[in-house]
Design a protein around this ligand. Structure first.
Ligand code: SF4
Ligand code: SF4
Ligand code: SF4
Length: 333
């Protein structure tokens, strides 16, 4: 059974869960395990970033109250993280879902020219920016004594401000302040970056993704690559987060979406629920980039690899033919 087919349904279900206020469910006192603004008129839980900011402000007035709020947030994060790692990003977060939806037409148009959008080289450094934002949230709150990050949060604009203005147009009568325009700017940046580079926000900007990432090392639910791997590279090609699961074991970047599992024709890549925390690839020693694999390759493997190589070459040829035709057209113009 290809689990991946159910992912959009699960993502949609979590979006509906996030706005259960539509059917009269009030604020529950829980925290969303993803990015979603509690300013949404139908929100039923709190945004983790908002809670982090409130805990810092509370601490300044009443240390114990602030610490309790922070402990509640961290405990919730630890439970979700230890069970599911960053799977909430791949399966539950409405903002991840939005980026996946933006990705569909982009992938259709770009075909495998999509590869360049993964910006693998710069991505190795840019991915640390999100940890910077995670640290920035409490520090900026402490210094400014206000919900500073919230002032320019595009997620707050998309899931809080915008639905409020659509559902309660009377709010437009209140003259918008500078924060409103800053958020419009960051939201435009979010959308343009999502169009240009798949899951840009999740890879480089999101403090919640940064918070969940390290849990991938210990989580019950995860992706494992076994020694059936023949290094064909199809998994990393399919990965929206530019991870190579055959090399980067339990990467903090992995959102456990399962795309690599569907892409692997050798049954080597699997979504697993395993209480034993492995630190290396299943069934063998950790493999380094470019290392020659140890296992015997069967005749069937060879045939499959040849077929994959043929398909890849045909795809490349199709693209270069398209480019030639485009180039000829340009020349004729
Ligand atoms: S990284 Fe942030 S925005 Fe992306 S899916 Fe995870 S929580 Fe949502
Ligand atoms: S697609 Fe499968 S066989 Fe190919 S590199 Fe990835 S895990 Fe290994
Ligand atoms: S490694 Fe696999 S599960 Fe992880 S983000 Fe990439 S495609 Fe998804």
């Amino acid at each position: 059974m290809d689990l991946l087919k159910f992912r959009p349904i699960v993502q949609l279900a979590f979006l509906l869960f996030a706005i259960l206020g539509v059917v009269g469910v009030g604020m529950t006192g829980f925290i969303y395990p993803f990015f979603f603004c509690y300013a949404c008129p139908y929100a039923v839980a709190s945004c983790p970033i908002g809670i982090l900011e409130h805990s810092v402000i509370d601490m300044k007035g009443n240390l114990w109250a602030g610490l309790q709020l922070l402990a509640y947030l961290l405990a919730g994060f630890a439970v979700v993280g230890l069970l599911f790692g960053r799977a909430a990003c791949g399966w539950a977060c409405p903002i991840g879902f939005l980026q996946d939806m933006i990705d569909i037409p982009r992938r259709g148009i770009l075909k495998n020219k999509n590869e360049w959008t993964k910006i693998r080289g710069p991505g190795k450094f840019l991915k640390f920016a999100k940890y910077g934002f995670l640290v920035f949230v409490p520090i900026s709150t402490y210094i400014s004594n206000e919900l500073f990050y919230t002032r320019f949060c595009p997620v707050g604009f998309m899931t809080g401000t915008l639905p409020t203005l659509i559902l309660f147009p009377g709010e437009w009568e209140v003259a918008p302040g500078p924060d409103f325009y800053i958020k419009i700017g960051t939201t435009i940046f979010f959308l343009l970056s999502a169009v240009a580079i798949g899951r840009f926000w999740c890879r480089f900007m999101c403090p919640i993704g940064a918070g969940f990432g390290p849990f991938n090392k210990f989580s019950l639910f995860r992706v494992e690559v076994s020694d059936k791997c023949v290094d064909c590279g199809m998994c990393t090609k399919a990965c929206p987060m530019a991870v190579d699961p055959s090399v980067e074991h339990r990467s903090a970047e992995c959102i456990i979406c399962g795309k690599c599992v569907s892409a692997c024709k050798f049954d080597a890549c699997k979504l697993t629920i395993n209480p034993v925390a492995t630190r290396r690839r299943m069934g063998g020693p950790p493999k380094k980039r470019g290392e020659v694999i140890q296992r015997d390759i069967t005749k069937e493997d060879e045939e499959l690899m040849e077929r994959i190589q043929r398909e890849q070459e045909e795809e490349k040829k199709d693209i270069s033919d398209d480019e030639d035709i485009g180039g000829d057209d340009d020349a004729e113009e």
